[in-house]
Design a protein around this ligand. Structure first.
Ligand code: C2O
Ligand code: CU
Ligand code: CU
Length: 433
């Protein structure tokens, strides 16, 4: 937009029908289409504005998951857009290159709206990421991989939970980018997969069927300091990972989700998805591949908060019935933090079932997991983290930002991102003052 100097995006939430399987239409919803939404992309330092229209026949919101932005622009459950209504949040992108996403956040209805297809990616670039020798041709060697589990009930998408599923809805097959039995044809020696777990309850543990490893290059909020060689990466709902996979001419391999191995206990694992296996995405290499540069040894300066700077500690006890014994209440502020300060939050799950923990506005550093140094996949910038039963984590967070970030009247959320739990009240509110 020439007048405002903003990069403007248009998003229209709408409902419609999708034919996931030939001849079988099912009601779905999406942004600018009938399922999922466009990938938005902006660069650090850029001003952005998203013109949202709600074409649904119910109220909704759009939240920018992982984005550092003033509370008024965050799209939480207080910022509802009625049917036929519109909202145009704007902010300056002020964070490192990362794979973020957007989705509705209406209190009590998030699971139902996300399940129907309301979600999309939001990619952030920065000067350094644009110069790095990582695959970055979108849709060519840099692929969005939005993973969701589904179940069909006849022609229709099923939504109900089974009896013992206390994590919420679990499907019996997966889709990538809204496609069943997906494959990607690759023409380059190296391909970057931007993995987003956009499922409402299911946790995945990704790896390749032929045993090949991959390089983890980024977590929720940005690139790692250096690539890390791995064989498996676990992602709970809302988490992201960027991985780079090496291909050989004519190669085929399958990205599979394996049994979790750390799901709290055997009963939970059996009835809540921890034992399941899914073939998620097949990669098919062309017979000749374009050479890709080898991975840089240094990726990014991570901009992680330092727990030594913490001025305050807080404690969060996770239960399905609420956090710190309290169910989410729209008119109660649970925590007040001071702009420009660093805090340490200790999060504990002793609830007998898996949960995760997501905090709006910030990217945190995981200082410890059960008193130990976190594994490499939990050492980068994170906004969501999986906590199986019996886990205690210490997180360092810094509440950065200019004066527009001080807003005692508009809360941000922290919550379990298993959406059935979130909708049921496993969420709290904090303000930055
Ligand atoms: Cu992805 Cu509060 O949400
Ligand atoms: Cu969020
Ligand atoms: Cu939970």
């Amino acid at each position: 937009d020439n007048r405002t100097g903003r990069r403007v995006f248009d998003l229209r939430a709408q409902s419609g029908e999708t034919e996931f399987r030939p001849g079988r239409k099912t009601p779905t919803a999406g942004f600018n289409g009938n399922y999922l939404g466009p990938t938005l992309r902006a660069k650090r330092g850029e001003k952005v504005e998203v013109r949202i229209r709600n074409g649904l026949d119910e109220a909704s919101t759009v939240h920018w998951h992982g984005m550092h932005l003033p509370a008024r622009m965050d799209g939480g459950p207080h910022r509802m857009i009625g049917p036929g209504g519109s909202w145009s949040p704007h902010w300056t992108v002020g964070q490192p290159a990362a794979t973020l996403w957007y989705h509705p956040h209406p209190h009590g209805e998030t699971e139902s709206q996300v399940r129907r297809g309301l979600a999309g990616m939001f990619l952030v670039d920065d000067d350094r990421s644009e110069r790095l020798a990582l695959p970055r041709r979108y849709g060519v060697d840099d692929l969005p991989v939005i993973v969701q589990d589904v179940r069909f009930d006849g022609a229709k998408l099923a939504f109900g939970h089974k009896l013992m599923q206390n994590v919420g809805f679990l499907g019996d097959r997966t889709m990538v980018n809204g496609t069943l039995d997906p494959y990607a044809v690759v023409h380059d020696e190296r391909v970057r997969l931007r993995l987003l777990n956009a499922s409402t309850a299911r946790t995945y543990r990704f790896g390749f069927t032929d045993g090949r490893g991959f390089a983890l290059v980024g977590t929720d909020g940005g690139l790692l300091g250096r690539p890390a060689a791995m064989n498996r990466i676990q992602l709970s709902p809302g988490e992201r990972a960027e991985i780079v996979v090496r291909m050989r001419p004519g190669d085929r391999t399958v990205l599979r989700s394996y049994p979790q191995g750390n799901y709290g206990d055997a009963w939970q694992s059996r009835f809540n998805g921890g034992d399941d296996t899914f073939d998620v995405l097949q990669l098919r290499a062309a017979d000749t591949l374009r050479p890709s540069p080898s991975l840089p040894s240094r990726l990014a300066g991570q901009e992680l908060p330092d727990p030594a700077d913490a001025v305050r500690e807080r404690y969060f006890e996770l239960r399905k019935s609420g956090i710190n014994g309290r169910k989410m209440a729209m008119d109660r502020i649970d925590e007040t933090v001071t702009r420009g300060t660093t805090e340490v939050w200790t999060v504990h799950n002793g609830n007998g079932m898996p949960h995760n923990f997501h905090i709006h506005d910030v990217q945190f550093r995981i200082v410890s997991v059960n008193g130990r140094k976190p594994p490499v996949q939990l050492r980068g910038r994170k906004d969501t983290v999986f906590l199986p039963n019996g886990t205690t984590m210490k997180l360092a967070l810094r509440f950065n930002g200019g004066p527009e970030f001080a807003d005692p009247g508009t809360p941000y959320m922290f919550h379990c991102h298993l959406l059935y739990h979130e909708d049921g009240g496993m969420m709290g509110q904090f303000v930055v003052v």
